[in-house]
Design a protein around this ligand. Structure first.
Ligand code: GH3
Ligand code: MG
Ligand code: MG
Ligand code: MG
Length: 304
């Protein structure tokens, strides 16, 4: 555990330091409120606990903790507990301390036993919070991932599309286009080889396409055998070429399962983002129309 101790009284600080060392803590010291803020800023993401005196020069404990909590928020740092240590048992001080961002308030002289117990309690809250943060992250990722293929799901794709839209409509020189890719006669693949093989085809198509997806692109499964793409390029020609490369890659790839070669092709409807096509729905609707055109004019092609 890394603990920041802030106290202007040298003996208090030293005693606390010795005690914490006995508990196996690593200690960082500050001699006033200002130093506490700068020590915290210099050790962002490292501090597990702050023990801070109230009456101190430069910044007092309350002011320092307020500033520290602001730095914490600005830098999106994980929560950590703050315990005030003060000679004053004034009710108003306790209230001010908690309002400033403290989690507990102990009256000097500090009993080593009480301090150790309080630290234990804070650690328990801290650990519980970390577990919650972790499981939230996991839930978030589950909620945006397609279960079968592991790529983004429709929900994530559509939300991100909105964001890409905002970012890129402001970037003059960059071209980007949205495509809907749909596997051709996929029902026949299921009917001839079974649903499980159909699933394997979907997984393999997703990872084939993924190889062509750059950092600023977007790729997700919209549902069934339908995928959404947003590709970015410096020119319109470059964009169309990227979609054609993907369509060709699927056509050329040897999908072999249990010794059987399966012919898989895809059709893609592609619409460039332009002044006439400025919303997510407009974009998807037009891409869908172009996909239909690709289907009716022979499949295994890109229509734009
Ligand atoms: P088209 O070329 O016109 O797109 O023909 P298609 O057969 O691909 O289109 P259709 O919409 O008739 O059939 C899509 C099939 O995709 C039907 C459905 O059973 C199958 N499908 C949808 N989701 C899944 C899935 O998760 N796994 C498997 N194996 N099949 C799926
Ligand atoms: Mg003091
Ligand atoms: Mg299809
Ligand atoms: Mg379909």
């Amino acid at each position: 555990m890394k603990v920041l101790i802030a106290d202007d009284t040298n003996t208090d600080r030293l005693l606390l330091k010795l005690h914490l060392a006995k508990l196996g803590c690593q200690v960082i010291e500050a001699k006033n409120g200002q130093e506490a803020v700068s020590q915290y800023s210099a050790h962002l993401n490292e501090i597990d606990l702050i023990l801070i005196d109230v009456q101190m020069p430069k910044l007092n404990g309350f002011e320092a903790v307020k500033a520290i909590r602001e730095v914490q928020q600005q830098n999106k740092q994980e929560w950590f507990p703050v315990i005030f240590l003060s000679a004053s048992a004034n009710e108003k001080d306790v209230e001010d301390g908690i309002m400033a961002g403290g989690d507990d308030y102990l009256i000097k002289p500090i009993s080593q036993k009480v301090l150790a117990a309080k630290m234990h309690a804070m650690k328990r809250i801290s650990d519980m919070r970390s577990r919650l943060v972790e499981s939230n992250k996991m839930l978030e990722s589950l909620a945006s991932t397609d279960y079968l293929t592991g790529i983004a799901n429709r929900r994530f794709f559509e939300v991100s599309l909105e964001r890409v839209f905002d970012a890129l409509t402001n970037e003059g020189d960059t071209c980007f286009a949205c495509g809907i890719l749909d596997l051709d006669k996929f029902k026949d693949i299921n009917d001839s080889f079974g649903h499980d093989i159909g699933d394997k085809v979907l997984i393999d198509v997703a990872s084939l396409v993924q190889e062509h997806i750059a950092e600023n692109d977007l790729f997700g499964r919209l549902g069934g055998e339908e995928f959404g793409l947003v590709l970015v390029s410096e020119s319109r020609e470059g964009l169309i070429q990227r979609f054609e490369t993907i369509q060709k890659r699927i056509e050329d790839y040897q999908f072999v399962y249990t010794g059987q070669l399966i012919e898989v092709t895809a059709s893609i409807g592609v619409v460039a983002v332009s002044d006439e096509c400025k919303t997510r729905n407009q974009l998807l609707k037009r891409a869908d129309k172009l996909l239909y055109q690709a289907k009716t004019s022979g499949r295994n092609q890109v229509c734009y």
